[in-house]
Design a protein around this ligand. Structure first.
Ligand code: PDD
Length: 284
């Protein structure tokens, strides 16, 4: 896909021609924000919500965004130019290119890139078998609601998870679940779906909101409540949610089976409806 068309600062150009200055602050400081949007059969899912969150992230790091409705249109144009059907749009906005110094120069133009890459889909066998998870201490900063490109803690935690043969790590802060390294976390207890409430320590996942709405539409009771490490370990079901993850059941936690050791009834109820909503086949 390296002949794909990418978006760089208002232009649609071939991948091989897209170049960014070596002093880009995204590269030097992780001074940037991003979004990932899933596209099903050419139709972006929850485009508006992702751009709303991008606006929040920009505001929180005091970055002046280019016109968001123009960016939305450009994202659609990128799909058209690549004839992209099942893919993920990646949008990254960094502070811009300037000689390295901590202070942010006034009026610096941000660097805006977008790609539309084929989305890695999980084989149904993987999802319906379920995955392994571990817990790790949440050693990130206190502003995890910002979707920052500065993902060092997340990628090193994901590496540790992978080394342990796990798909994802559940972050624990002071003994309570925050989220995953690249997903939000849900549990089910006796048919009730539970996820931690939104705080500054959690990304407000777009999928998280849809999963809560799907559950309500199906009559599955939901609660936003703190989940202790002990409660997590005793849960009948554990699920991760995210744009590319969709809903992924965990069947092993720290080497011990979750519930019956297979994806549970709440997952089986939620997932088909979530997919139908995400792909635009059904609404609520
Ligand atoms: N990650 N929490 C974290 C830390 C995440 O990185 C993500 C998504 C989520 C789920 O958010 P959403 O449902 O809006 O995708 C929660 C993206 C997909 C990534 O970094 O690739």
């Amino acid at each position: 896909m390296d002949d794909m068309v990418v978006y760089l600062n208002g232009e649609f150009i071939p991948y091989s021609e897209a170049k960014i200055g070596i002093e880009d602050r995204g590269y030097q400081f992780g001074d940037g924000i991003y979004e990932v949007i899933r596209v099903y059969d050419g139709k972006p899912f929850a485009l508006r919500e992702h751009f709303e969150r991008l606006t929040v992230s920009a505001r929180e790091i005091e970055l002046t965004l280019p016109d968001v409705s123009a960016l939305e249109r450009d994202a659609l144009e990128l799909l058209r130019r690549n004839d992209a059907k099942d893919c993920a749009i990646y949008i990254q906005i960094s502070r811009g290119v300037t000689p390295r110094k901590h202070v942010i120069p006034f009026g610096l133009a941000p660097t805006v890139i977008m790609t539309a890459r084929e989305a890695a889909r999980y084989a149904p066998e993987v999802r319906f078998k379920g995955v392994k998870a571990i817990t790790l201490p949440d050693d990130r900063w206190a502003r995890c609601y910002i979707k920052s490109t500065n993902l060092l803690p997340n990628i090193t935690a994901k590496l540790r998870a992978e080394r342990a043969g796990a798909y994802e790590a559940v972050y624990l802060r002071d003994g309570f679940v925050t989220e995953g390294t690249h997903s939000n976390v849900f549990i089910a207890e006796s048919g009730v779906l539970i996820t931690p409430p939104l705080t500054n320590y959690i990304l407000a996942g777009v999928t998280r909101t849809y999963v809560l709405d799907v559950a309500r539409a199906l009559g599955v009771p939901t609660r936003e409540e703190s989940i202790s490490a002990e409660r997590l370990a005793a849960a009948g079901e554990i699920m991760f949610t995210g744009t590319l993850t969709e809903i992924m059941p965990a069947v092993v936690l720290n080497g011990a089976p979750v519930g019956q050791g297979q994806p549970g009834p709440v997952f089986h109820r939620l997932y088909p409806k979530y997919l139908a909503v995400a792909t635009g086949q059904e609404s609520f």
